[in-house]
Design a protein around this ligand. Structure first.
Ligand code: KG4
Ligand code: ZN
Length: 359
């Protein structure tokens, strides 16, 4: 079966066609991602109104480009999937409404996909992973450990009680006068910096629940920067390196707890796997540290290619295909949702997609 997937929940306008064969294997036929990052750069973060307008302007073209790249017309697709949340509501409504219009015009079923489910299932598209596995999603708007037990069966083991990890990188970069998005800038500056020059805190270090808290670290960075201001290039590099080291140590510690929690849920797995996704997973220092930490606990680290770790249409098309294979489709009344937790039983937390709603 072939599914068209549409993603508009943040600052990427994306459309993709993905094929799923009966044995559960997936193949990307087309994958178009148009980033709006340049339009938001001057503001140091995503501006919802600008994002929504840009989606309206670009989405038709992006879908047409995906169809052309796959060499298909609408007759050949089996369903239309779109992100129905969580995310910036204007963008979500634009993508979902477009999907509904296509579904109505073509008579194909609609699948309203949870954006986080898209991230959670990507490793099954790229690596054919079997359930269950553990996911660490670290992006601009989401920071969570999720036990991915089955389609629709997710247990959140930990999250952030304030800022998302990517958001923390972006705020740190802004504070140091670096460009947006901040993660890659911090990583670059940190390369020539001394990570031990500033002693920054490792919030929640050693706590048994695999949660994060980043706002204290951000404040500590600001105070450290104010002490040495005006900042030379060396100061910026040292602050960036110290910040990245603190975040890396924190992720490693929090991940160790999450692996323990996951092992308690699934004690007899032969080849337990941690999948990492989201923009922050692109960070080499973090990846290297995580690979070692995960191996120590007998886990394997799996990172889908960066292009599929950040927001894209293929993950939505794939989640749609997985749902369609189970007969799970939605009616045209499916709502767009700014908030939509993957794990309905998990307590709501500030960092779980409630702030910028960037996923
Ligand atoms: O998943 P993503 O591309 O988009 C959404 O959040 O929706 O994640 C973007 C986030 C930004 O906050 C960015 O600063 C961060 O991921 N990021 C990084 C790196 N590359 C991107 N953070 C740390 N190191 C990086 N190399
Ligand atoms: Zn996302």
């Amino acid at each position: 079966m072939i599914v068209l997937g549409i993603e508009t929940s943040c600052d990427e306008t994306a459309a993709s066609l993905v094929e799923r064969t009966e044995d559960g294997a997936g193949r990307i036929l087309a994958d178009i991602v148009l980033s709006q990052a340049a339009e938001h750069a001057a503001f140091g973060g995503v501006v919802p109104e600008i994002a929504a307008r840009a989606h309206v302007e670009a989405l038709d073209t992006v879908i047409a480009a995906a169809m052309r790249e796959a060499g298909l017309d609408f007759d050949r697709i089996d369903a239309v999937a779109a992100t129905a949340g969580p995310g910036l509501i204007g963008g979500v409504m634009i993508g979902l409404t477009t999907a509904k219009a296509i579904a109505l015009a073509t008579g194909k079923p609609l699948i309203a996909v949870n954006h986080l489910e898209g991230h959670a299932l990507t490793a099954r598209l790229t690596d054919g992973l079997a359930f269950p596995y553990l996911l660490l999603l670290v992006s601009g708007g989401h920071t969570q450990f999720v036990a991915v037990d089955d389609i629709g069966a997710y247990r959140r083991l930990g999250t952030t009680i304030d800022d998302a990890l990517g958001e923390a990188f972006d705020k740190a970069a802004k504070l140091l006068g670096l460009a947006y998005p901040g993660g890659p800038e911090i990583e670059k500056a940190a390369l020539s910096g001394q990570a031990d020059r500033f002693a920054l805190p490792r919030p929640l270090f050693g706590r048994p629940e695999p949660d994060f808290s980043l706002s204290g670290l951000k404040t500590a960075l600001r105070l450290a920067a104010e002490k040495v201001a005006p900042l030379s290039d060396d100061d910026v590099s040292d602050l960036a390196a110290s910040f990245q080291a603190a975040v890396t140590d924190t992720i490693v510690d929090r991940t160790a707890r999450a692996l323990d929690a996951f092992t308690r849920l699934h004690p007899n797995l032969i080849d337990p796997i941690l999948v990492i996704a989201g923009g922050v997973a692109a960070n080499t220092a973090i990846r290297t540290a995580l690979t070692a930490a995960v191996a120590e606990k007998g886990f394997r680290l799996l990172a889908p290619p960066p292009r599929l770790c950040t927001d894209n249409g293929a993950m939505i098309a794939w989640a749609g295909a997985e749902r369609l294979a189970r007969g799970l489709t939605d009616g045209l009344e499916a709502p767009a949702r700014a908030r939509w937790p993957l794990d309905k039983l998990a307590a709501p937390m500030l960092g779980a997609g409630t702030k910028g709603a960037k996923a």
